[in-house]
Design a protein around this ligand. Structure first.
Ligand code: NAD
Length: 268
């Protein structure tokens, strides 16, 4: 039985993860530890009650030292996640990372840890979105060089990183497929007077409003037609269920850095 801990259980994703693990009713894995942060009034509260699924007998603890687990699911913030990665590496635990907003250096840090422990890092754990990543490669191959490509995303008003990790991933998939360097060709928002749009660029537009869970559209526009690939998440449960599926998949895998493309068998 795989023992799973969740970090950041009081967060929006933390609560959804408790519910998803509870609903999975698996005999292969179970939630054994719920970690919040020190000096919180939630310490000792039952994680199931916190998530609204009833008593599950797992009290909220302050740090990983107080948790009994084999695999950590982490949807928190960049800094705590990096600390958790170091902890998991030091204690030979696996980790599924849903946190977004890592710099290239921070991603390299995570990749280095994956030299000795199994790690899944995925900016979007939704199965539907990961199918979109897969389809996007084909769309980019067929349409990319002859189209203006724009990525439009919308999220709730509390989201702190922009563009979303998913929008950046969509950009990376397109750039990699077309042999472009995203850092060189990305254009983030537009204002005022500029030159005409260059076909080599990939544009990003960001909307932050209300309680939007996560909308992403990739637009390929050329002379005479537009093709759009759109994904709309209507509930955080899609990410939480994807993370639980990822955790179950990671069980028994060798050390390495994986993502949802591996989990879903889409790796080329
Ligand atoms: P949130 O602010 O609701 O939750 C974050 C939680 O982390 C908070 O409860 C906070 O108290 C907790 N936290 C902070 N420091 C901590 C520490 N040291 N130890 C333990 N917990 C700590 O945010 P959210 O909406 O739940 O999103 C969390 C992250 O997950 C963000 O980076 C978001 O972009 C990402 N996210 C990823 C996906 C995906 O599919 N990969 C989906 C949704 C959200």
């Amino acid at each position: 039985m795989l023992k799973i801990a969740i970090a950041g259980v009081a967060g929006r994703m933390g609560r959804a993860l408790i519910e998803a693990l509870h609903n999975a009713e698996s005999d292969r894995f179970a939630l054994t530890a719920a970690v919040h942060k020190t000096a919180s009034t939630l310490l000792g509260v039952d994680a199931g009650e916190l998530a609204g699924v009833g008593h599950i007998g797992v009290p909220v603890v302050a740090n990983l030292d107080d948790a009994d687990f084999d695999l950590l699911i982490d949807f928190t913030l960049v800094e705590p996640t990096l600390e958790h990665v170091a902890y998991c590496q030091a204690h030979a635990k696996s980790i599924v990372i849903g946190t977004t907003g890592f710099s290239e250096d921070e991603k390299a840090q995570i990749a280095a840890a994956a030299g000795t422990i199994p790690v899944i890092l995925a900016a979007n754990m939704s199965v539907g979105m990961n199918l979109c990543f897969h389809l996007l490669k084909q769309m980019s191959r067929v349409l990319g060089d002859d189209s203006d490509i724009e990525i439009i995303e919308a999220h709730h008003r509390h989201k702190v990183d922009s563009p979303s990790g998913t929008a950046m991933r969509l950009g990376e998939v397109i750039a990699d497929t077309l042999g472009r360097d995203l850092e060189q060709c990305a254009v983030y928002g537009r204002q005022g007077v500029s030159d005409a749009r260059s076909r080599d660029t990939i544009g990003f537009a960001t909307v932050r409003a209300g309680d939007v869970v996560g909308d992403h559209t990739v637009l390929f526009a050329s002379e005479g037609e537009r093709v759009e690939l759109t994904h709309k998440a209507s509930s955080r449960m899609t990410f939480a269920k994807g993370a639980v599926r990822a955790a179950a998949w990671l069980d028994g895998k060798p050390a390495g850095l994986y993502d949802m493309q591996d989990v879903l068998g889409f790796r080329d």
